[in-house]
Structure formats: C-alpha cells, structure tokens
Design a protein around this ligand. Sequence first.
Ligand SMILES: [Zn+2]
Length: 150
Amino acid sequence: MYIDLIFCDELQKRFKAPGDFAVAYVIAHEVGHHVQKLLGIHDQLMSLHSRLGERDFNKYLVRFELQADYFAGVWAHYVKRMNLLEEGDLEEAFNAASAVGDDRIQKSTRGYVVPDSFTHGTSEQRKGWFDKGFRSGNMKEGDTFSARNL
Ligand SMILES: [Zn+2]
C-alpha cells in the first residue's frame, strides 16, 4: 500500500483534521479498498465502468468509497475492543471523515456543490458510514450497494 505523505500533511493543514487517528482513519480506508479488492468488489465496480456513463458510474463509486469508510469503522471497532483507543481518537476520525466529504471539498474549492460529480460521498455520509462500521464491528453489515437512501 502506498500512502501519500503530502496528503497526511494536507489533512492537518488544509482540511483541518489533525491527530494520529485522523491519519489512521485514512490508512484504514485505504486498507478497506484492499479488502474490497480481495472480495472481488473492486472488479465488479470496474466492470460497470465500461458500461455506464460517468454520472451513473459515480453513484456506484460513492457507494464503493462509503464501504471503505464503513470498513475503516469496523477496524476502529476492534481498536476500541483492544483498549487501544485514546481519548479524542474517535473525534479525530469523525472530523477527518467529514473534512474529506465531496460537498465540503467542492464548496471550499469551487464555492458550489455538484452532487452528480460526487465520487466519495458527502461529509455526512462519510462520517455516518464510518460510525456505522464502528458501532457494528461486522463486515457483513457494510453493504452500501444495497442501502437505500444513502
Ligand atoms: Zn477511497
């Protein structure tokens, strides 16, 4: 796995999401993508890419990204179970998940929001799916593709 260390720096300064657990959330999200690869979910998503237009594909991409957030939450659930969660850690992760929401990023960079172009989900969705994974600790409850009213 490759982690862009510049992004870790940006997370703190530009996105105002400091803390070791903010970075841990990002790493866990990326590991989540690796799990999706192992489960064949990534390949399924890619097979849609050639068949769908960008706008429709983005809807699946958002669900794919939110699933990685969910898996990151599942990981955090076990960190807590092992008594390794320090005070403020969870808040750092929630803050980071919100900070990298498409709506928030678009608003700060373009000044307006274009939902059809979302690729990762809103701040609310990212934080929400991380939280769901954290509360449940069960990988099987992370089917963001079947979830209604995302
Ligand atoms: Zn991702």
